[in-house]
Design a protein around this ligand. Structure first.
Ligand SMILES: *[C@@H]1O[C@H](CO)[C@@H](O)[C@H](O)[C@H]1NC(C)=O
Ligand SMILES: *[C@@H]1O[C@H](CO)[C@@H](O)[C@H](O)[C@H]1NC(C)=O
Ligand SMILES: *[C@@H]1O[C@H](CO)[C@@H](O)[C@H](O)[C@H]1NC(C)=O
Length: 166
């Protein structure tokens, strides 16, 4: 549950730092592809308030799973039925990178990123972290090690964004 707690702490910080000057870059290319398409999503950021952060916390505690088919499952039926949860599903299914190649590109782009992350990019990086956390426990030993390295790199990028330190 450590990644989960870390995630929530991070997100809470993220809300508090609204107002910090941020720079937006195309860190998640899938998102711009999606915006150009006629996706039935009004708003591609999940968290806009502290209530959303609480909801995300509940969803993660209740359990989620990234299926290999690409689907993102929210185990609790009641939480899964919320309209807001649909936004989260789209982000997890369509926007965040879900293979090592793309995640390594993201990590390298994050390390070249100047200034604070845009809240939208911050949120997506956190959700990518949740995905790598899940992958760390699957697969063979060598794969697990590669996912663990990605997890640590993403965590460092998030920490650096929050604290400004390495
Ligand atoms: C991310 O990195 C890739 C290759 O490392 C590069 O082609 C791409 O332009 C970078 N994107 C951004 C937004 O920096
Ligand atoms: C998403 O919705 C929130 C309020 O619910 C709003 O503040 C924000 O500007 C919206 N973002 C976009 C990209 O429409
Ligand atoms: C990783 O995922 C992206 C986007 O879904 C896809 O374009 C790319 O071909 C995938 N790469 C590998 C190595 O599977």
């Amino acid at each position: 549950m450590l990644p989960c707690r870390m995630l929530v702490v991070g997100l809470l910080y993220c809300c508090i730092k609204a107002g910090v000057k941020t720079t937006k870059q195309a860190l998640f290319p899938a998102a711009s592809r999606l915006k150009r398409g006629a996706a039935a999503v009004d708003n591609l950021t999940f968290h806009n308030s502290l209530n959303d952060v609480n909801l995300l916390f509940e969803i993660l505690l209740a359990g989620t799973h990234f299926e290999t088919s690409g689907e993102f499952l929210v185990h609790d039926a009641e939480l899964a039925s919320l309209r807001k949860t649909r936004n989260l599903e789209v982000i997890c299914e369509e926007i965040i990178p879900r293979n090592l190649t793309d995640i390594i590109t993201l990590i390298s782009n994050l390390s070249n990123h100047a200034g604070h992350l845009h809240p939208e990019d911050f949120e997506r990086t956190l959700l990518t972290l949740v995905f790598t956390a899940q992958q760390m426990v699957n697969g063979n030993k060598q794969q697990r090690e590669m996912w663990a390295e990605s997890f640590v790199s993403l965590y460092k990028a998030i920490k650096q964004d929050l604290t400004g330190e390495n």
